[in-house]
Design a protein around this ligand. Structure first.
Ligand SMILES: CCCCC/C=C\C/C=C\C/C=C\C/C=C\CCCC(=O)SCCNC(=O)CCNC(=O)[C@H](O)C(C)(C)COP(=O)(O)OP(=O)(O)OC[C@H]1O[C@@H](n2cnc3c(N)ncnc32)[C@H](O)[C@@H]1OP(=O)(O)O
Length: 155
């Protein structure tokens, strides 16, 4: 299985995303990978907030940052799962790219700053152009946020 980040397989013209574009120097540059645990196949990404990613309280991360991390990890996970379902390596033609149609986030507890965050994804359904992705964000073994995304493949 490839160790390449999903986002590093995107063509250059799709690499400017604020959340995950490798060619966006002002963005978060999130990188997502397959992650095989004992029972399930997940996707995983890590991110360590910088002091300027805080919300109203300096010790805690901004909720929009958390939503952004789930957003980009979710669409990347949808693309990876769709390529896998077609038995193709990511990035091979025809290009499969997903955008977010809906994203709900439950903020379960404040997310501490300057800790490494772990974002997990699981594509629970792939049907036609639509993927449903379950998402979570945790740190220090504490679940801070969960999300559900509907991602739709661009025509
Ligand atoms: C990113 C910019 C968007 C423009 C894209 C252009 C080029 C960019 C290409 C690639 C991007 C590359 C890298 C980006 C990487 C990550 C980005 C991070 C994620 C984002 O930040 S991305 C930005 C925010 N995102 C949007 O900017 C989407 C705006 N929106 C639309 O562009 C349309 O709205 C679309 C495409 C979503 C659907 O439109 P459509 O006409 O293609 O398809 P249609 O409506 O037929 O839906 C097909 C099936 O999805 C179901 N469905 C649709 N919407 C649903 C909903 N809300 N809830 C539940 N189910 C839904 C239908 O019910 C049907 O299901 P069924 O087949 O079962 O009937």
């Amino acid at each position: 299985m490839s160790k390449q980040a999903f986002q590093d397989s995107y063509p250059a013209e799709f690499s400017h995303c604020y959340g995950c574009g490798r060619d966006n120097p002002h963005g978060l540059q999130l990188k997502s990978y397959w992650h095989l645990s004992a029972d399930k196949e997940h996707t995983i990404a890590h991110f360590t907030p910088k002091p300027y990613h805080t919300g109203g309280v300096p010790d805690n991360a901004y909720g929009g940052l958390i939503a952004s991390l789930l957003d980009c990890h979710g669409t990347a996970s949808a693309a990876a799962a769709a390529y896998k379902a077609q038995g193709r390596d990511m990035g091979t033609a025809p290009i499969l790219r997903f955008v977010t149609a809906s994203l709900s986030v439950d903020f379960l507890r404040p997310t501490p700053m300057e800790n490494k965050l772990t974002i997990l994804g699981e594509v629970i359904q792939l049907e036609g152009r639509k993927a449903t992705v379950k998402l979570s964000l945790s740190t220090n073994d504490q679940l801070c946020a969960t999300g559900t995304m509907i991602a739709v493949a661009l025509k």
